[in-house]
Design a binder for this molecule. Structure first.
Ligand SMILES: Nc1nc2c(ncn2[C@@H]2O[C@H](COP(=O)(O)OP(=O)(O)OP(=O)(O)O)[C@@H](O)[C@H]2O)c(=O)[nH]1
Ligand SMILES: [Mg+2]
Length: 359
């Protein structure tokens, strides 16, 4: 692919990294910057559950988005390939793929199988995005053992590690043995340079060997609670999206904290006739990050979608969310609530060793 004219083969850029590390935000920023270079982008989002805030957010930002739901890319590899092929008919130059944030062993189960069987795509090196605060938390000796396991395995298999949120920190942490890029998907700092490296650089995809015990991996993922909730809220009188979303996030934060449950990522998306709003927190007590139409006027109909990932029991998380729902004023229609701990990963294909570089 030249930097101005598209290559015949779309490039698939897998952006991995822990829950809340900033993958979707980076993909949205990168797609915007590539659009300015005349390149057409698409994204494939992924989840163990069925309804994704990330997809709604991508669509709200005007990015062509597809989904693989009901399992991670490795367990639903055929579904990933089929979504890629559907998107290919729309002639994108770059297809970003965002795996579930608790996933690892992606080089062996996604990148290498794609390289081996799908030469109609160019496969970019595996980027693993890291939130500096999460790195400091999970690389400590006393870190939560399950989360630290997943985080370290993600780092080990990365072809390229990028530290996100460079806009927030003057001094980024160092990670022993890793030469990380620094970038900010908020300001765009470092994003063009990262794109040049993954699209036009010389790094090969899926070059790092990863040893992983799948029963330990399954245990670490199963320690998470996963909840997706969607419903339509009809408040009377009408209220603004920020008046809907803010108290829901605050209430959940308070209740989860009181129950000793660590938030990993909670995000909520509101679509009303006044526009869309997304708010998210990646830790207990964190000030929500808000995007979209912050000053949208009151509306009497809000389509709400909540994705909650926390360290704790699915049953307890479900009860907390149901209690919060009970406290919400207004008619609730079409409520769908799915809450579970991720099932043991069972990849469709696995190529443990690095394949030879592209000709
Ligand atoms: N200040 C700042 N905030 C960021 C940056 N990147 C992401 N964020 C915020 O971090 C939060 C998580 O970002 P996401 O892009 O949703 O993270 P993710 O890795 O896709 O999360 P999951 O899909 O749940 O795994 C959001 O509230 C973003 O606004 C950044 O570069 N700077
Ligand atoms: Mg995401």
């Amino acid at each position: 692919m030249s930097q101005t004219s598209p290559h015949q083969r779309p490039t698939v850029v897998v952006v991995g990294g822990f829950l809340g590390s900033g993958k979707t935000t980076l993909i949205l920023c990168a797609a915007r910057l590539l659009g300015q270079r005349g390149l057409r982008c698409a994204a494939i989002l992924n989840d163990q559950g069925g309804e994704l805030v990330d997809s709604r957010h991508a669509e709200a930002r005007g990015l062509l988005a597809g989904e693989v739901t009901g399992g991670c890319f490795c367990c639903r590899f055929s579904a990933l390939a089929s979504v890629m092929d559907t998107m290919r008919s729309l002639s994108p130059d770059v297809i970003f793929a965002e795996p579930v944030g608790s996933c690892t062993d992606i080089a062996a189960t996604v990148l290498r199988p794609l390289r081996e069987d799908f030469d109609r795509y160019r496969i970019a090196p595996l980027t693993v995005l890291v939130d500096p605060a999460r790195a400091e938390e999970l690389l400590r000796e006393d870190a939560d053992a399950d989360l630290a396991f997943l985080f370290r395995k993600q780092l080990e298999e990365a072809d390229l590690v990028c530290l996100s949120r460079a806009d927030l920190l003057r001094d980024m942490p160092t990670i022993s043995g890793i030469n990380a890029r620094h970038l900010s998907a908020r300001t765009g700092q470092g994003v063009n340079e990262w794109l040049d490296e993954v699209l036009f650089g010389h790094l090969e995809a899926g070059q790092k060997a990863l040893e992983i015990d799948y029963s330990r991996y399954a245990q670490a993922e199963a320690a998470l609670a996963w909840l997706n909730l969607s419903f339509v809220l009809e408040p009377c009188p009408a209220i603004s999206p920020s008046t809907v979303v803010g108290p829901i996030l605050d209430g959940l934060d308070r209740a989860l904290t009181a129950a000793g449950i660590a938030i990993v990522h909670v995000k909520i998306f509101d679509r009303s006739d006044a526009g869309w709003l997304k708010a998210a927190v990646c830790a207990n007590g964190e000030e929500p990050a808000v995007e979209g139409d912050r000053d949208a006027s009151p509306s009497s109909r809000h389509e709400l979608l909540l994705n909650l990932r926390a360290k704790g029991s699915a049953g307890q998380v479900r009860r907390i969310v149901e209690e919060q729902l009970g406290d919400l004023n207004g008619m609730k229609r079409g409520l769908r609530l799915d809450c579970f701990s991720p099932a043991a990963p069972n990849p469709e294909r696995r190529i443990p060793q690095a394949t030879s570089p592209d000709a």
